[in-house]
Design a protein around this ligand. Sequence first.
Ligand code: SAH
Ligand code: SF4
Ligand code: F3S
Length: 478
Amino acid sequence: MSQPLITLDFLDKAPATEAPALPLDVRVSAATRTGRTRKLYIESYGCQMNFSDSEIVSSILADEGFDTTEDLAGADLVLLNTCSIREKAEQTVRMRLTQINSHKKRNPGMLVGVLGCMAERLKAKFLEEEKIVDLVVGPDAYRDLPQLISQVDGGQKAVNVLLSREETYADITPVRLNSNGVSAFISIMRGCDNMCSFCVVPFTRGRERSRDTHSILQEARDLVAAGYKEVTLLGQNVDSYKWASADGLEHVNFAQLLERVALVSAHLRVRFSTSHPKDITDEVLHTMARHDNICKYIHLPAQSGNSRVLELMNRTYDRPWYEERVAAIRRILGDDCAISTDMIAGFCSETEAEHQDTLSLIDHVQYDMAYMFFYSERPGTLAARKLADDVPLDVKKRRLQEIIDRQQAHSRARYERGVGRVHQVLVENFSKRSEEHLSGRNSQSQVVIFPKQNFQKGDYVNVLVTSTTGGALLGEAI
Ligand code: SAH
Ligand code: SF4
Ligand code: F3S
């Protein structure tokens, strides 16, 4: 837990075929060491939005005299940027707070703050429930941190959980803490208006809003100038990106934004996440087809393969619609475009036959990768208010395991397809197995490992793949 984690710390690991995957790892921000007087230790849970927000928080606090540190015991301020997506995510944070309590006993001057989605969901209740917490700040209130910290310095507890309709932190240059110097996140929107019945995000992140196109393009240009080779455009639902200039003369949708970011530099790879099946348009797919530097990878969470369950989930599409969007991807981008999904096992009233539909969708699409979960009821959501969480835990877990097993076979098959072909790989790091090997990803986001020769981080290398472990491609530069 104490080592600094890099942006793509799933490199070298098998694709995430066991739950919980991406949305539950934890990142400790790397040390900045610029000689500032106070030390900030920041740990981030949940999704990439939170990792990206921690970089904004660090930027705001750098102006207040804080350097980030990897040393929890010696920190003046400890911040946990938290996630509420499933009950387990919240339990993890509560357990972490008890560990931090023992550090605070040894270092009584240490201030402890909770940021992010759990802060937003629990608000001032957090201060009552967890005595160790001094500061509770929701995702739209980070600009207020300096003021809140001075309040805490003065001996009071502080809370700001106001959500905003406008805040996008567009003018704040993030301190790149989670980065390997090759790949960076750019937040393009915040919040979500979709109200999927299982999901807490609309309550913790507020209304959907899109960030100024020009500030996004400027951030991409700055990253290129700093030597970055890849950006990932982030939002809960990137396909509904919509921005208009104040004079109303300029209107930009997601396909247009994607194209403009791709045009920043032909040497900059562009990725994006997440696409909602109801919103992904042929225009986006054609834009991807036109630009080699837009990676051929689409995260298109289905959640379920059954139309009745999808309706209960309020996903606003049914299975035929989803299958048609997959067919459009295959039609416009071909079979080489990777597709991944999120699946939820054991949603309210899901029958055995409906669960089989999820398995059959997995077989139909043959996903490259999936994040898979069992349903966890979240207080305040539509499902919690209107539907019974009636699938027994052991049944949820068994169904989840069946989903994982089914997907694992497809992930392996997709890796096997890559053997015997040449892949363009962007080198991101040394392989975790050996310093003699480099590790990177192809356009489809598959991990590729090869002997390093004279190549280095940030290089594009053509690699002839000769074998696969099922979770990574192995080969040699040509
Ligand atoms: N905006 C993204 C999802 C973000 S949350 C989208 O719409 O696809 C990431 C994933 O967590 C979801 O896709 C869903 O599969 C899972 N998830 C969300 N709420 C959940 C819950 N209550 N129980 C189990 N899994 C959940
Ligand atoms: Fe949650 Fe649905 Fe919004 Fe995704 S689109 S964040 S699942 S409400
Ligand atoms: Fe978790 Fe909030 Fe992200 S609930 S998944 S940290 S938007």
